[in-house]
Design a binder for this molecule. Sequence first.
Ligand SMILES: CC(C)(COP(=O)(O)OP(=O)(O)OC[C@H]1O[C@@H](n2cnc3c(N)ncnc32)[C@H](O)[C@@H]1OP(=O)(O)O)[C@@H](O)C(=O)NCCC(=O)NCCS
Length: 221
Amino acid sequence: MPPTAVPEPPGSHPGWPARLGPLRVRDHEVRLRPVRLRDGREWARIRQRDEAYLRPWEPTTHGGWARRNSSFEWPGRWYLLRSSARRGLSLPFAITVDGVLAGHVMVGNIVREPLLSAYVGYWCDSRFARRGITTAAVAMVLDHCFGSVRLHRVEATVRPENVASITVLCKLGFRREGLLLRYLDVDGGWRDHYAYAMTVEERPVGGFAAKLIRDGRAARA
Ligand SMILES: CC(C)(COP(=O)(O)OP(=O)(O)OC[C@H]1O[C@@H](n2cnc3c(N)ncnc32)[C@H](O)[C@@H]1OP(=O)(O)O)[C@@H](O)C(=O)NCCC(=O)NCCS
C-alpha cells in the first residue's frame, strides 16, 4: 500500500540515521552509512583528484574547486548535512566499497505531507566507475526511501549530456518527465536538465535491490 499523506508528528524524520546493505557487485561489497566528520581527508583526496570527472555535472563551486573540496571545507559541510538530516530534510549517505569511501548518495529536499517527496543525487570515485556500484547504492537508497522513510515520490535531475547518470536512472526504472530549461548553475552556467521521477507504485516486485539481483547486476553479500 502506498503511504498516505496524513499529518505526522512534528519533528518526525523516519529512517535516519541508517546503514544499508551490503550488496555484492562484481566482487565488491557495497554499503551505505551516514557521512561522518572523519571522512574529510578521503573525501578531499577523491574530489581533488576527480575534479575533471565531477565538475561538469556538479553545482558551480564559487571560490575554486581546490579550496571548496579541501579537507578544511569538509567539517562545515558535514555539520550542515548532519543538521539537515537531524531535522528530517535529507539523508546524506556515504557509499563505501569494501569499507572504503567511494562516493555519496544524497536524498535532499524531503517534504513530508502532503507531498512525501524528495530528490536523489550522487557521485562516485572514478576508480570505481562503470562497475554498477552507484546503481546498487541508489537501489538500496530507493528501497529505504519507499520503506522506512515512507516517501511517495523521488525525483532526479540530470544534464542531457550526462550519459552515465542517465544510464543509472534508466537501469533503476526512473521515468523522464520533461526538460527543465536553465535549471541549475552547473560548471559555470545555467544548464538545462531532464527531470526524472518515480513513485512508490512503480517499485519493482520485492524492491530495487531485489530486481538488480534478479537481473544479475548484484548479489546478496
Ligand atoms: C554518474 C555516476 C555517479 C555513475 O557512477 P557509476 O558507479 O559509474 O555508475 P554505474 O556503473 O552504476 O552505471 C553507469 C552506467 O553508465 C554507463 N556509462 C558510464 N559512462 C558512460 C559513457 N560515457 N557513455 C556511455 N555509457 C556510460 C556504464 O557502462 C554503466 O552502464 P552498464 O551498467 O549498463 O554498463 C558517475 O559517473 C559520476 O560520479 N559522475 C560524475 C558526477 C555525476 O555525474 N553525478 C550525477 C549528477 S546527475
